[in-house]
Design a protein around this ligand. Structure first.
Ligand code: SER
Length: 279
């Protein structure tokens, strides 16, 4: 499935479920704390904080993002880009955990003929925040995900914020198992290159203060409403659905590699590049 179709199916799925389709904002917003937009939720921050009233209670978008913290990973892992697109659905005080989880599941596992991505449910795993029994039960009892494919993780992995003061909350991530050729058994806790994170569902309910990017910051208290912020990595879903090895070989970026091969006369993959560890 080509990348443009992955984007279209995402937006159509959520528009059908009553969301307003919102175009991507610019990568650069008037926020002195952020160099670039680093998540689909950034343009909606004033709605989450209750500083502005949203013109809709549900929205969906495919947002252009640059995540400066991830730049060190680019070219080393199979899954990090400098620039990427985040497909998201958002609820501003409307639906909460159950709908967020079931909407994501139905798009991922729904048949291609019905507008879904047609992913085999057996390949999917979920994580939840340590004490989030509610999300755990939704995955196990409403979705029917076997308990052995649901893992509980701590603040660094399953409590999301923009890395700066603002909205935050526990999250639940969905992972795709690429199979034993790509690493050891044991779910995302064991190997995040075999189990690729494709979608993060954030239960945006608190506000955070100054502190560490991912941990060691104070949670100041609840937001005026409980919200949903999700982000699906478009390039990650594309590489998995297209059966290629990494985010650089999709229909979107492979033509750049082909052109570089043509211009340089070198063949992609002919030699193994040194990694940072060995360089
Ligand atoms: N804001 C969350 C993230 O970027 C979910 O969209 O992972």
């Amino acid at each position: 499935m080509q990348t443009h179709e992955i984007r279209r199916r995402f937006l159509d799925h959520f528009v059908k479920a009553g969301h307003t389709e919102v175009p991507s904002a610019s990568l650069i917003l008037a926020d002195p704390n952020l160099l670039f937009v680093n998540a689909g939720m950034v343009p909606f921050v004033p709605f989450f904080l209750g500083q502005q009233t949203p013109p809709y209670s549900r929205a969906t978008s495919v947002q252009k993002c640059v995540r400066t913290l991830d730049i060190e990973e680019v070219g080393i892992t199979t899954r990090h880009n400098t620039f990427f697109q985040m497909a998201g659905n958002f609820s501003f005080g409307d639906y909460f955990k159950e709908e967020a989880i079931t909407h994501a599941w139905s798009l991922l596992t729904g048949s291609v003929d019905d507008g879904g991505y047609g992913i085999d449910p057996e390949k999917l795993w979920a994580t939840v925040y340590l004490d989030d029994d509610e999300a755990y039960s939704i995955w196990r009892d409403k979705v029917g995900l076997p308990a052995e494919r649901i893992q509980r993780r701590g603040m660094k992995d399953n409590y999301w914020s923009m890395g700066i003061p603002g909205p935050c909350g526990p999250c639940s991530e969905i992972f795709y198992d690429r199979g034993p050729d790509y690493g050891v058994e044991g779910g995302p806790e064991a190997d995040e290159d075999r189990y690729i994170e494709i979608w993060n569902l954030v239960f945006m309910q608190n506000e955070r203060g100054e502190g560490g990017a991912k941990e060691n910051y104070p949670v100041l208290g609840p937001l005026p409403k409980k919200n949903i912020d999700t982000g699906m990595g478009v390039e990650r879903v594309a590489f998995l659905l297209q059966g290629v090895e990494n985010v650089y070989e999709t229909d979107l970026l492979r033509p750049v590699i082909d052109k570089a091969e043509e211009l340089t006369g070198s063949r992609y993959g002919a030699t193994t590049a040194p990694t940072c560890a060995s360089a």
